[in-house]
Design a protein around this ligand. Structure first.
Ligand SMILES: *[C@@H]1O[C@H](CO)[C@@H](O)[C@H](O)[C@H]1NC(C)=O
Length: 255
Protein backbone atom coordinates (compact mmCIF):
# COMPACT_ATOMS: atom_id res chain seq x y z
CA UNK A 1 0.00 0.00 0.00
CA UNK A 2 2.67 2.49 1.11
CA UNK A 3 4.70 1.60 -1.99
CA UNK A 4 2.02 2.46 -4.49
CA UNK A 5 1.30 5.74 -2.73
CA UNK A 6 4.97 6.61 -2.97
CA UNK A 7 5.06 5.79 -6.67
CA UNK A 8 2.04 7.96 -7.38
CA UNK A 9 3.70 10.92 -5.79
CA UNK A 10 6.83 10.40 -7.87
CA UNK A 11 6.10 10.73 -11.59
CA UNK A 12 9.56 9.41 -12.67
CA UNK A 13 8.94 6.04 -11.12
CA UNK A 14 6.15 5.27 -13.55
CA UNK A 15 8.17 6.45 -16.52
CA UNK A 16 10.92 3.93 -15.97
CA UNK A 17 9.33 0.49 -15.78
CA UNK A 18 12.62 -1.31 -16.38
CA UNK A 19 14.20 -0.40 -13.09
CA UNK A 20 11.39 0.39 -10.73
CA UNK A 21 13.02 -1.45 -7.87
CA UNK A 22 16.17 0.63 -7.88
CA UNK A 23 14.24 3.87 -7.76
CA UNK A 24 12.54 2.77 -4.60
CA UNK A 25 15.76 2.03 -2.73
CA UNK A 26 16.49 4.22 0.23
CA UNK A 27 20.07 5.18 1.08
CA UNK A 28 19.92 2.74 3.97
CA UNK A 29 18.94 -0.09 1.62
CA UNK A 30 21.89 0.68 -0.61
CA UNK A 31 24.24 0.57 2.37
CA UNK A 32 22.72 -2.76 3.41
CA UNK A 33 23.21 -4.18 -0.04
CA UNK A 34 26.76 -2.99 -0.20
CA UNK A 35 27.43 -4.73 3.07
CA UNK A 36 25.78 -7.90 1.87
CA UNK A 37 27.98 -7.80 -1.23
CA UNK A 38 31.24 -7.36 0.65
CA UNK A 39 30.09 -10.08 3.03
CA UNK A 40 29.85 -12.54 0.10
CA UNK A 41 33.19 -11.50 -1.32
CA UNK A 42 34.74 -12.06 2.09
CA UNK A 43 33.03 -15.42 2.47
CA UNK A 44 34.28 -16.46 -0.96
CA UNK A 45 37.79 -15.40 -0.04
CA UNK A 46 37.67 -17.41 3.15
CA UNK A 47 36.31 -20.49 1.36
CA UNK A 48 38.97 -20.26 -1.35
CA UNK A 49 41.67 -19.84 1.25
CA UNK A 50 40.43 -22.84 3.25
CA UNK A 51 40.24 -24.95 0.07
CA UNK A 52 43.79 -24.12 -0.97
CA UNK A 53 45.08 -24.54 2.57
CA UNK A 54 43.42 -27.96 2.68
CA UNK A 55 45.06 -28.94 -0.59
CA UNK A 56 48.44 -27.75 0.61
CA UNK A 57 48.11 -29.52 3.93
CA UNK A 58 46.96 -32.72 2.24
CA UNK A 59 49.87 -32.48 -0.19
CA UNK A 60 52.28 -32.00 2.69
CA UNK A 61 50.84 -34.72 4.91
CA UNK A 62 50.60 -37.25 2.08
CA UNK A 63 54.24 -36.53 1.09
CA UNK A 64 53.21 -35.07 -2.24
CA UNK A 65 50.84 -37.86 -3.22
CA UNK A 66 47.47 -36.19 -2.91
CA UNK A 67 45.82 -32.78 -2.87
CA UNK A 68 42.58 -34.26 -1.56
CA UNK A 69 43.36 -36.34 1.46
CA UNK A 70 43.92 -39.55 -0.43
CA UNK A 71 40.30 -39.80 -1.56
CA UNK A 72 39.92 -42.95 -3.68
CA UNK A 73 38.90 -42.81 -7.37
CA UNK A 74 39.05 -39.05 -7.58
CA UNK A 75 39.09 -37.60 -11.08
CA UNK A 76 42.49 -37.51 -12.80
CA UNK A 77 42.87 -33.74 -12.62
CA UNK A 78 42.73 -33.92 -8.84
CA UNK A 79 45.75 -36.17 -8.70
CA UNK A 80 49.31 -35.08 -8.24
CA UNK A 81 50.84 -37.87 -10.32
CA UNK A 82 48.51 -37.08 -13.22
CA UNK A 83 49.61 -33.43 -13.23
CA UNK A 84 53.24 -34.47 -12.93
CA UNK A 85 52.84 -36.81 -15.92
CA UNK A 86 51.14 -33.98 -17.90
CA UNK A 87 53.82 -31.45 -17.08
CA UNK A 88 56.80 -33.70 -17.74
CA UNK A 89 55.57 -34.95 -21.11
CA UNK A 90 55.68 -38.63 -22.07
CA UNK A 91 58.26 -40.99 -20.63
CA UNK A 92 60.27 -43.16 -22.99
CA UNK A 93 61.44 -46.33 -21.27
CA UNK A 94 63.37 -49.28 -22.62
CA UNK A 95 61.95 -52.71 -21.70
CA UNK A 96 64.72 -53.00 -19.08
CA UNK A 97 63.85 -49.63 -17.52
CA UNK A 98 60.16 -50.51 -17.58
CA UNK A 99 60.81 -53.70 -15.62
CA UNK A 100 61.77 -51.58 -12.59
CA UNK A 101 58.10 -50.54 -12.29
CA UNK A 102 56.67 -53.99 -11.59
CA UNK A 103 55.48 -53.02 -8.12
CA UNK A 104 58.23 -54.71 -6.11
CA UNK A 105 59.59 -51.33 -5.06
CA UNK A 106 56.81 -49.69 -3.03
CA UNK A 107 58.33 -46.23 -3.56
CA UNK A 108 57.91 -46.52 -7.35
CA UNK A 109 54.66 -46.34 -9.31
CA UNK A 110 53.38 -49.52 -10.99
CA UNK A 111 53.44 -49.41 -14.78
CA UNK A 112 52.04 -51.75 -17.39
CA UNK A 113 52.45 -51.37 -21.12
CA UNK A 114 50.23 -52.49 -23.93
CA UNK A 115 51.03 -52.22 -27.62
CA UNK A 116 53.93 -49.91 -26.78
CA UNK A 117 52.03 -47.45 -24.57
CA UNK A 118 52.86 -47.24 -20.85
CA UNK A 119 50.13 -46.71 -18.26
CA UNK A 120 50.43 -45.92 -14.58
CA UNK A 121 48.29 -48.48 -12.75
CA UNK A 122 49.44 -47.55 -9.24
CA UNK A 123 45.84 -47.12 -8.10
CA UNK A 124 45.42 -50.83 -8.85
CA UNK A 125 48.58 -51.85 -6.98
CA UNK A 126 46.67 -54.59 -5.17
CA UNK A 127 45.97 -56.36 -8.50
CA UNK A 128 49.02 -55.34 -10.56
CA UNK A 129 51.56 -55.37 -7.73
CA UNK A 130 53.29 -58.42 -6.21
CA UNK A 131 50.78 -61.08 -5.21
CA UNK A 132 48.06 -59.53 -7.37
CA UNK A 133 46.38 -61.67 -10.00
CA UNK A 134 47.51 -59.31 -12.80
CA UNK A 135 51.08 -58.95 -11.58
CA UNK A 136 52.18 -60.69 -14.80
CA UNK A 137 51.37 -57.49 -16.67
CA UNK A 138 53.39 -55.18 -14.45
CA UNK A 139 56.71 -53.80 -15.64
CA UNK A 140 56.41 -55.10 -19.19
CA UNK A 141 54.44 -54.95 -22.41
CA UNK A 142 52.42 -58.17 -22.29
CA UNK A 143 50.10 -57.33 -25.18
CA UNK A 144 50.16 -60.97 -26.30
CA UNK A 145 48.96 -62.22 -22.89
CA UNK A 146 46.02 -59.80 -22.95
CA UNK A 147 44.76 -61.55 -26.08
CA UNK A 148 45.76 -65.19 -25.52
CA UNK A 149 44.92 -65.21 -21.81
CA UNK A 150 48.21 -67.02 -21.13
CA UNK A 151 49.46 -64.57 -18.52
CA UNK A 152 52.53 -66.46 -17.39
CA UNK A 153 53.81 -67.58 -20.80
CA UNK A 154 53.00 -64.62 -23.00
CA UNK A 155 54.59 -61.62 -21.28
CA UNK A 156 55.63 -60.14 -24.62
CA UNK A 157 54.42 -57.58 -27.15
CA UNK A 158 55.18 -60.07 -29.96
CA UNK A 159 51.78 -60.66 -31.57
CA UNK A 160 53.00 -62.81 -34.45
CA UNK A 161 50.92 -65.94 -34.82
CA UNK A 162 48.28 -64.98 -32.23
CA UNK A 163 45.66 -65.05 -35.00
CA UNK A 164 46.06 -68.84 -35.04
CA UNK A 165 43.87 -68.99 -31.95
CA UNK A 166 40.96 -67.74 -34.06
CA UNK A 167 41.65 -70.04 -37.00
CA UNK A 168 39.76 -73.33 -37.37
CA UNK A 169 41.76 -76.53 -37.24
CA UNK A 170 42.27 -78.48 -40.45
CA UNK A 171 40.40 -81.77 -40.64
CA UNK A 172 40.82 -83.90 -43.79
CA UNK A 173 37.28 -85.30 -43.60
CA UNK A 174 35.55 -81.93 -43.39
CA UNK A 175 38.00 -80.17 -45.66
CA UNK A 176 37.30 -82.72 -48.44
CA UNK A 177 34.02 -80.84 -49.01
CA UNK A 178 35.94 -78.10 -50.79
CA UNK A 179 38.16 -78.20 -53.86
CA UNK A 180 41.78 -77.20 -53.28
CA UNK A 181 41.15 -73.78 -54.82
CA UNK A 182 38.03 -73.20 -52.75
CA UNK A 183 39.82 -74.22 -49.59
CA UNK A 184 42.64 -71.82 -50.31
CA UNK A 185 40.17 -68.99 -50.76
CA UNK A 186 38.30 -70.01 -47.61
CA UNK A 187 41.51 -70.04 -45.59
CA UNK A 188 42.44 -66.58 -46.82
CA UNK A 189 39.06 -65.30 -45.62
CA UNK A 190 39.46 -67.07 -42.28
CA UNK A 191 42.88 -65.51 -41.83
CA UNK A 192 41.57 -62.00 -42.49
CA UNK A 193 38.78 -62.52 -39.96
CA UNK A 194 41.21 -63.97 -37.39
CA UNK A 195 43.59 -61.01 -37.73
CA UNK A 196 40.70 -58.63 -37.32
CA UNK A 197 39.66 -60.45 -34.15
CA UNK A 198 43.17 -60.15 -32.71
CA UNK A 199 43.16 -56.45 -33.48
CA UNK A 200 39.74 -56.01 -31.82
CA UNK A 201 40.78 -57.99 -28.75
CA UNK A 202 43.92 -55.91 -28.32
CA UNK A 203 42.06 -52.70 -29.02
CA UNK A 204 39.60 -53.54 -26.29
CA UNK A 205 42.43 -53.49 -23.73
CA UNK A 206 44.23 -50.50 -25.25
CA UNK A 207 40.96 -48.57 -24.92
CA UNK A 208 40.31 -49.94 -21.45
CA UNK A 209 43.52 -48.40 -20.12
CA UNK A 210 43.34 -45.36 -22.37
CA UNK A 211 39.83 -44.43 -21.21
CA UNK A 212 40.25 -45.45 -17.59
CA UNK A 213 39.55 -42.88 -14.87
CA UNK A 214 41.81 -44.80 -12.51
CA UNK A 215 44.86 -45.30 -14.71
CA UNK A 216 46.64 -42.87 -16.96
CA UNK A 217 49.09 -42.89 -19.82
CA UNK A 218 52.64 -41.93 -18.90
CA UNK A 219 54.59 -42.70 -22.06
CA UNK A 220 55.89 -45.23 -24.53
CA UNK A 221 58.23 -48.20 -24.69
CA UNK A 222 61.44 -47.48 -26.56
CA UNK A 223 62.67 -50.41 -28.63
CA UNK A 224 65.54 -50.90 -31.04
CA UNK A 225 64.74 -50.91 -34.73
CA UNK A 226 63.99 -54.42 -35.93
CA UNK A 227 63.60 -55.90 -32.43
CA UNK A 228 60.64 -58.05 -33.50
CA UNK A 229 62.51 -59.77 -36.32
CA UNK A 230 65.26 -60.76 -33.89
CA UNK A 231 62.79 -62.47 -31.53
CA UNK A 232 62.33 -66.19 -32.09
CA UNK A 233 58.86 -67.15 -33.36
CA UNK A 234 56.60 -68.37 -30.57
CA UNK A 235 54.17 -71.20 -30.54
CA UNK A 236 50.60 -70.43 -29.64
CA UNK A 237 50.30 -71.10 -25.91
CA UNK A 238 48.63 -74.35 -24.88
CA UNK A 239 45.44 -72.85 -23.42
CA UNK A 240 44.76 -70.81 -26.55
CA UNK A 241 45.59 -73.79 -28.75
CA UNK A 242 43.10 -75.94 -26.86
CA UNK A 243 40.36 -73.41 -27.51
CA UNK A 244 40.56 -74.02 -31.26
CA UNK A 245 37.90 -76.08 -33.03
CA UNK A 246 37.63 -77.87 -36.36
CA UNK A 247 36.35 -76.09 -39.45
CA UNK A 248 32.56 -76.15 -39.63
CA UNK A 249 31.14 -78.34 -42.44
CA UNK A 250 29.88 -76.64 -45.52
CA UNK A 251 26.30 -75.30 -45.34
CA UNK A 252 23.87 -78.21 -45.72
CA UNK A 253 26.87 -80.48 -46.25
CA UNK A 254 26.59 -80.12 -50.06
CA UNK A 255 29.58 -80.93 -52.21
C1 LIG B 1 49.25 -50.93 -31.95
O1 LIG B 1 50.26 -50.05 -32.36
C2 LIG B 1 50.43 -49.97 -33.76
C3 LIG B 1 51.64 -49.12 -34.07
O2 LIG B 1 51.91 -48.19 -33.10
C4 LIG B 1 49.16 -49.41 -34.39
O3 LIG B 1 49.30 -49.35 -35.77
C5 LIG B 1 48.01 -50.34 -34.01
O4 LIG B 1 46.80 -49.81 -34.51
C6 LIG B 1 47.92 -50.52 -32.52
N1 LIG B 1 46.92 -51.52 -32.22
C7 LIG B 1 45.90 -51.30 -31.41
C8 LIG B 1 44.96 -52.42 -31.23
O5 LIG B 1 45.73 -50.26 -30.84
Amino acid sequence: MADSELRQRKPHAAEDPIEPARKKKSPQQLVDEEEKYTYWIDALRVITFLFLASCALSYWISNGESFFWGQKNKPNYMRVDWWKAKMNGPLYLTPEELSAYDGKDPSKPVYIAINGTIFDVSLGRHIYGPGGSYNYFAGCDAARAFVTGCFAEDRTPDMRGVEDMFLPLDDPETDAQWTAAELEELKARELAVARQRVHEALKHWVNFFGNSKKYHRVGFVKRDEGWLEREPRRELCAAAQQGRTKRKPRHGGEK
